[in-house]
Write a protein that binds this ligand. Structure first.
Ligand code: TQI
Ligand code: ZN
Ligand code: ZN
Length: 169
């Protein structure tokens, strides 16, 4: 079953659009950007919120960046596997990914040559759930279930994810 953060934080009532921006210090290719765009679309389809990329990093609602190790928010990344990414509850908007991972943005992650390949869209869909206010779910098939196996692709929202997010938006 879905859960929320303590106090059930959410983006303000009436929020129709959230903007997101990529850290200009990362140089992200268009393929990776489209993976994030797809991940946002999955949540937009089941809520009243839409998402738009902006180049104004400092004023974006949601900021996305790849970092390694200690990157200044008290939650250092740990190198290959372990923590892959983290996102904070509303309305913080920070979405950080561990640069050390072997991110797979295209193609079939299950056929990746390295054993530690991580599917970018799978992680993005999960972290966007957190950014919007969902905690973890006890339903194993749910996007918000707290574990994922390496080299797995899991990007489809389940009924549990949808019911949870529709409590908020
Ligand atoms: N990152 C953890 C996660 O997103 C960070 C975390 C732990 C967290 N507890 C939290 C974030 C509570 C917000 C609220 O769950 S992770 C998965 C999953 C991770 C894990 O790198 O371990 C995914 C990132 F659920 F599949 F295991 C993405 Cl999809
Ligand atoms: Zn961080
Ligand atoms: Zn999580």
């Amino acid at each position: 079953h879905y859960s929320f953060f303590d106090g059930m934080p959410r983006w303000p009532e009436g929020t129709e659009e959230l903007t997101y921006a990529f850290d200009p210090d990362n140089s992200l290719d268009d393929v990776s950007k489209s993976v994030f765009s797809n991940a946002f679309k999955r949540w937009a389809e089941v809520t009243t919120i839409s998402f738009r990329e902006t180049s104004s990093y400092r004023t974006a609602d949601i900021t996305i960046g790849f970092y390694s190790g200690d990157h200044g928010d008290g939650e250092p990344f740990d190198g290959v596997l372990g923590t892959l990414a983290h996102a904070f509850s509303p309305t913080n908007g920070m979405f950080h990914l561990d640069q050390a991972e072997d991110w797979v943005a295209t193609g079939d992650v299950t056929k990746a040559s390295v054993s530690n390949a991580v599917d970018l869209e799978s992680v993005a869909v999960h972290e966007i759930g957190h950014l919007l206010g969902l905690g973890h779910s006890s339903v194993e098939e749910a996007i918000m279930y707290p574990t994922i196996t390496a080299k797995t692709r899991k990007v489809e929202l389940t009924q549990d994810d949808i019911e949870g997010i529709q409590v908020l938006y």
